[in-house]
Design a binder for this molecule. Structure first.
Ligand code: SAH
Length: 355
């Protein structure tokens, strides 16, 4: 039995108009969840790379500055972050990129964020910069663009399909008299279904495809690059990845909707296909640990730790290990860059780069 306001609202909606798709459920739950505000860090529900180590945003900042130079150092460009959380990544990015003359002066900063509470937090973190907020990308004015997003795509809604003995069906969310949510199947098949046995689950994200199509078309028209970091798989495959996390522990997707973070693995093959279809060049996906190591995260960590008390130096080092080691975030998290075809292979993606 769930008893919160989001659950009550979802139950009312389903009783009135019938079962809703997993995508509609995820969309409503995610909006309610991020409306709570600061859900990040040790005291929150989950911790993300920029909150673990400042080196993450700093290296991304230098990466952006190198891409900007390769674009011909445009005097004005859009620096966009989607789903900025607390604003930490953007703050670290701008601090590091400030070393590259004219980058920060040319950066017209846009944040894509729907949560009013998180916007307030971002405004505080980025109070030294001029920043504009938008609900989605379509409101960002045209122009050359450098876009970054960490753990944004995993929050976008997915649809779920289930293979039955006869055919694929789509999974919907229904509610019983006790107010408990449960899955029901309705007719509907994915556009491109994998070969799978009865019982298999297959997930698609039309919202992600739409987002990647939109940013790719912009980059193809006006130049630039997108750097997307998330956890996910490199090949499209059947499998259920929708998960809920609360207080750093997995919980059931239908328990306490709006009080737990709901995410799904990103299908990087689908992301790459969509970007290529718009004429972009795709680099990666590459394991986050490999990419960060190629960009010199260990050296940056040593610089930061130099002269610091041993406990601070140890925290810096363990943060970097957490971001890079395969059994922590180094392997499951992946980095993909989508660039205008005239740009050279960006930092960290060169085949022969030392690892
Ligand atoms: N990038 C941050 C936060 C990741 S959490 C970090 O690495 O710490 C996901 C972020 O995406 C939150 O800021 C959330 O409010 C935002 N978000 C989720 N769905 C969104 C949507 N559909 N449109 C815009 N922002 C969204």
């Amino acid at each position: 039995m769930t008893d919160n306001a989001t659950a009550a609202e979802l139950a009312r909606r389903i009783r009135q108009s019938g079962p809703i798709s997993i995508a509609d459920y995820m969309s409503a739950v995610t909006e309610a969840y991020y409306a709570r505000g600061d859900v990040f860090g040790v005291a929150g529900d989950f911790i993300t790379a920029p909150e673990i180590s400042q080196t993450f945003g700093e290296l991304i900042g230098l990466w952006c500055a190198v891409v900007w130079r390769a674009m011909g150092a445009p005097a004005a460009f859009r620096l966009v972050e989607c789903g900025p959380g607390r604003g930490t990544l953007m703050k670290d990015l701008l601090r590091a990129a400030a070393r590259v003359p004219d980058f920060n002066a040319g950066a017209d900063i846009h944040l894509i964020e729907r949560s009013a509470a998180l916007k307030t937090l971002q405004r505080e973190t980025l109070k030294d910069y001029g920043v504009t907020w938008h609900e989605d990308m379509s409101a960002v004015a045209e122009g050359p663009i450098i876009l970054v997003a960490n753990e944004f795509l995993d929050a976008l809604p997915i649809r779920q399909f289930e293979k039955t003995a006869a055919d694929w069906m789509e999974r919907y969310v229904d509610v019983n008299e006790a107010g408990e949510f449960n899955i029901v199947l309705k007719s509907g098949a994915p556009e491109l279904a994998p070969v799978a046995d009865a019982g298999a689950i297959f997930e698609t994200s039309p919202t992600t495809t739409q987002f990647i199509s939109h940013i790719s078309a912009r980059i193809a028209r006006q130049g630039g690059a997108a750097l997307l970091i998330d956890y996910g798989h490199t090949a499209t495959a059947a499998g259920e990845t929708l998960q809920a996390v609360k207080k750093h522990r997995p919980c059931r997707v239908f328990d306490t909707p709006g009080a737990a973070d709901l995410t799904a693995h990103v299908d990087f093959a689908a992301v790459a296909d969509t970007a290529r279809a718009s004429g972009l060049t795709v680099h990666g996906p590459l394991a986050q640990g490999t990419w960060l190591s190629r960009l010199g995260i260990k050296l940056r960590g040593l610089q930061l730790a130099g002269g610091k008390p041993p406990d601070v130096a140890k925290t810096i080092e363990s943060g970097i290990r957490r971001l890079t080691e395969p059994d922590a975030m180094g392997e499951l998290f992946k980095v993909i860059a989508l660039t205008h075809p005239t740009l050279a292979t960006p930092d960290g993606f060169q085949q022969d780069a030392p690892s």
